[in-house]
Each structure stands twice: as C-alpha cells, then as structure tokens.
Ligand binder design. Structure first.
Ligand code: PMP
Length: 375
C-alpha cells in the first residue's frame, strides 16, 4: 500500500488528540472573534469591500496571468506605490501571498556562496525561504543581536539577516535596531517580515521598521502580508528600487506565480487609504492588547506581555490547549490554539488577537471565558 505510512501517522495523531480539522466559518458567526488576524477589523469595512467590488467589476475575478505577462494592472501598480509610500520605502512589489513574498525575498537575496542568519523563532515561510535559497543558513538564538553578530563574523561575502518583526507565536518584537547595527558592522542586508507589525506598530500603523527608524534604509528589505491588518489577501516586498527590480527579474515566486487577484489589490488599497485617514486604529489595537494582557494577568493566567496585537497565553499541555480552545468556543469565544508541531519549543498556547474594534465589555467577557475554562 503506497500510502500506508499516512494511516500510521494519522493514528498517532488521533491517539495524541492532535488531529487538525477544518471548520467552515459562517458569514454571520455569533462567536466573539479573538482568533482571526483581522487586527484592525477592516476585512468587512465598507471601504475595503467596496475596493474589492470595484476592482472585480473593472478587472474581473482573477489577474489572468503572471505579473510579467497579463497579471499586472494599474491597480497593482497603484497599490505598490501606495504601500511603499505609506511605509516609507522607495519601491514595493506585490505577491499573491505573504508566504510567496517571503520565499521571494529570501531566495533572491541569498545567492550561492552567501550566508543567511535566521532567528530561531521565525515564521515557517521564512524558514522555507532559507531552505529553498542557494546560500547556506545559520539559525541563531531568538531575538539576540549578539548571536547574529557572531554568526556574521564566520563568513566573508554577501550575507542577509532574516527575522520576523513581531513573532507570530508569542507576539514579542524583534530587537530591530540591534539587528540593523549588527548588519551594518558587517555590511549585511536585513530582511524583516512585518506581517504582524504593519497596521499595528509605527506611526499610524506604518510598521515596525518605521517605528525603529529603519524606513527607507538602503540595506533593509521588508515583507508584509495584505491578509492581516489590511483585511485582504496577498503579500508585498518593500525596499530600495534596485532590490525590487532584482526581484522582478530573479524571484521565482514572482515570475512563475499568477499575479495577485485584482479584488485583493482593490481591498488592500482601500485599507491603506483608510489607515492614512484613521491612524488611531493602530494605537487602539495596541491598547486592546495591553488591556487583554493586564486582565489575563490579573486573573492569574500566564500571558506574554504583547509588543503588538498578538497575546499569547501559556497552556499546560498540547491536549490541554486543544481542549481549552474547544471549551472557549463552546462558550461563544473563538481563540487560536498553537501546539506542536506548529511551535518549535513544544510549549502550547492559546493565541488571542487584540482587534482594534473590540469593545471593553467584549475584552472583559473574553477574559472571563478564558479564566472559567482554564484546564
Ligand atoms: N509571515 C508571518 C509572520 C505570518 O504570520 C504569516 C501568516 N500566517 C505569513 C508570513 C504568511 O502570510 P500570508 O498568509 O499572506 O501567506
């Protein structure tokens, strides 16, 4: 039997209580949502959905081809100009996902003979970028500029340091200024994934690199997703114009992938314009995160102090985490659940997202449910 090994794996997963299931989300879910990545509550905002609807009417449902053939519309280029300008970088390039943007940035900037220094807590898409790149990878201790410095000293020639700006599991922030300093001492490039920083950190949500004074630097490249704070779908790489031109010519996930759907570009463009007009949304998401953390801690729960809008709560065991999340759901609260193998350190957590549009009463209710259902 060709796939008998799959049945064996499935049996082990069942026994450990770690089977993953797909559950459709109703369009009018009664659950209080602390599980999605819709940090600013924009996925259903009228300006975002109207941006998508207008794009669909003008350009159709799909982009019809790769970006280099028929898949680039004026809307894609408008979004690229808007994203670059908003975040303070010279140029931007949009991709069909943040995952594809990360694969592109890492592989295209780490040629044969180069060194990639990668934080141990990086997102799977950066890890996969390292695996696909021709350069060799050294994984270094989490959020540790000295470990980066040491790794860079082992290599002569091109090097890039790769890190999330806000780590998706615990919601802690990378020491961006320290990483940039370590890079500059050795002439290395810095590639940071601002998936969880855009829309939440920096002035009016301009992102973690802007908050760290790195916007527009000629040795910094930023990747983002359009699928979290911007309430759409897709990804982008921002950086110096020369780097972006290089990606157009060399990044396989740009060249061989169908361009981002115009509807997604239209939705994201609507979101960026809204963020410019309503910069207070970013600060509100941070305030909700601080409030959630304070209330969880007061209730005796072990929560990591959030640097952005992700709040992580420690669970006693993988099975305990799965049960805890299910019990929350039964009480009307949707929370994320991270457990092995999604977390490299083996520590299971509930993952809460501090949406800017959560009301104080909803925060109180969420913490109440999490406390009452604790395993
Ligand atoms: N980077 C990080 C840190 C993420 O959390 C995610 C999404 N889970 C991605 C990249 C991938 O982005 P996308 O979902 O747009 O592919």
């Amino acid at each position: 039997m060709a796939f008998a090994w799959i049945d064996e794996q499935a049996e082990l997963r069942r026994r450990a209580g770690l089977v993953r299931t797909l559950r459709p989300r109703p369009s009018d879910s009664p659950l209080l949502d602390l599980a999605s990545n819709d940090y600013l509550g924009l996925a259903r905002h009228r300006e975002v959905t109207e941006g998508a609807a207008r794009a669909a009417r003008t350009w159709g449902g799909g982009s019809t081809g790769s970006r280099l053939v028929t898949g680039t519309t004026e809307l894609h280029q408008e979004l690229e100009r808007e994203l670059a300008d908003f975040c303070g970088f010279e140029a931007a390039l949009v991709f069909s996902s943040g995952y594809a943007a990360n694969l592109a940035a890492v592989t295209a900037l780490a040629p044969h003979g180069s060194l990639i220094v990668s934080d141990a807590g990086n997102h799977a898409s950066l890890i996969d970028g390292c695996r696909l790149a021709r350069g060799s990878t050294q994984v270094v201790a989490h959020a540790d500029p000295d470990a980066v410095r040491k790794a860079l000293l082992t290599h002569e020639g091109p090097a890039v340091v790769v890190s999330d700006t806000v780590f998706s599991v615990d919601g802690d922030a990378a020491p961006l200024a320290g990483l940039a300093e370590a890079c500059r001492e050795r002439g290395a490039g810095l590639v940071v994934d601002d998936a969880h920083g855009l829309g939440v950190l920096g002035d009016g949500g301009r992102g973690a690199p802007q908050a760290a004074g790195l916007a527009g630097a000629d040795d910094v490249v930023v990747t983002v997703t359009l699928s979290k704070s911007l309430g759409s779908q897709g990804g982008a790489v921002l950086g110096p114009a020369g780097v972006i031109d290089h990606l157009v010519n060399a990044a396989r996930t740009f060249i061989f992938d169908t361009g981002l759907a115009p509807v997604a570009a239209g939705a994201a463009l609507g979101a960026v314009r809204l963020l410019r007009r309503e910069p207070e949304r970013a600060a509100r998401a941070r305030a909700v995160a601080a409030e959630l953390h304070a209330r969880l801690s007061a209730a005796g729960l072990e929560a990591v102090r959030p640097d952005a809008a992700v709040v992580s709560v420690r669970a006693p065991s993988p099975e305990g985490a799965v049960r805890w999340a299910a019990d929350c759901r039964a009480q009307g609260l949707a929370v994320g659940c991270f457990r092995p193998p999604s977390v490299p350190d083996g520590i299971s957590r509930l993952r809460l997202t501090a949406r800017a549009d959560l009301l104080d009463g909803q925060i109180e209710r969420a913490v109440g449910v999490i406390g009452e259902t604790r395993p």
